[in-house]
Design a protein around this ligand. Sequence first.
Ligand SMILES: NC(=O)c1ccc[n+]([C@@H]2O[C@H](COP(=O)([O-])OP(=O)(O)OC[C@H]3O[C@@H](n4cnc5c(N)ncnc54)[C@H](OP(=O)(O)O)[C@@H]3O)[C@@H](O)[C@H]2O)c1
Length: 277
Amino acid sequence: MTTSTQLRPDLTDKVVVVTGSSRGIGKAIAIACAQRGAAVVLNGRNEERLASAKAAVEEHTSRVHVVCGDVSDPKEGRRLIEEAVATFGRLDLLVNNVGVSMRGAVADLQPEVFQTVFASNVFGTVNPTIPAIPELRKTKGSIIFISSLAGIRGLPSLSAYCSSKMALRALAESIRIEEHAHGIHVGLIQVGITEIEHNKETIAADGSLQVLQNRAKGKVQTTEQVALAVLDNLRKRTFITTLTAIGKLNAFLQPRAPMLVERIILNSLDKFAEKSK
Ligand SMILES: NC(=O)c1ccc[n+]([C@@H]2O[C@H](COP(=O)([O-])OP(=O)(O)OC[C@H]3O[C@@H](n4cnc5c(N)ncnc54)[C@H](OP(=O)(O)O)[C@@H]3O)[C@@H](O)[C@H]2O)c1
């Protein structure tokens, strides 16, 4: 039987907050942390989904606390961190996982789509991060941002999403320098296409919610693979982790040959549209 001490990193006595952990990648990260001994604080807006995620985490630890709230609201971001510290006495890791996606060419977008995406993806990251920093200074802890391959370059039909994930990189870079002397580690995970939980929605060009098609298992990464990459980034206290072969190739080529990357995308627009469904 595997014990938490055999699972690296060992997170015994550590306290982890994962935003947007009621399903998908956030839930997998919360479970992976619990398996390694951490106390876990879950967050999301939907109480039913949170109750189901809590039951899954409780299979690995009794030290789990739920904060139901919308982190795009600064008060809720602060409450999340305050409740975590009040419940477990410290904070060692904040995983900023909350993220919503969108579809649609810029010409067709209601401007509100940008507001909705930035509310969750950017403000929903800044709001818990600001109150977390003084707590993380005490523990020399970590902040990990869940970004995307869409944060490496602007992609068709994903403008608001790409812009929001690029903003996370700037935020992460600023904090790394500002908090260097305080010993806070900042990581950024550029996630590739990953399996999704049934009924995950995206925001359509008109602002309505559209349910995404389920993704074929075996062709995309699992949420557990992403969670392991997060833990590896944490253990090594490294900056950027880029997932999938196509992601690594894109991260290598984009700064060196952006026009080549643009040509490759222009030549595969059909495939691209299919993958975005
Ligand atoms: N899946 C992929 O292929 C993929 C690829 C690259 C990057 N990513 C990134 O990975 C992260 C997780 O993606 P996912 O596919 O696991 O998404 P998901 O299944 O839709 O989960 C998103 C989570 O965030 C919560 N959430 C959303 N907005 C929130 C808000 N304002 N306040 C509090 N909770 C909020 C959702 O719960 P409620 O709706 O109940 O609040 C849910 O728990 C995102 O940052 C995403 O951009 C995913």
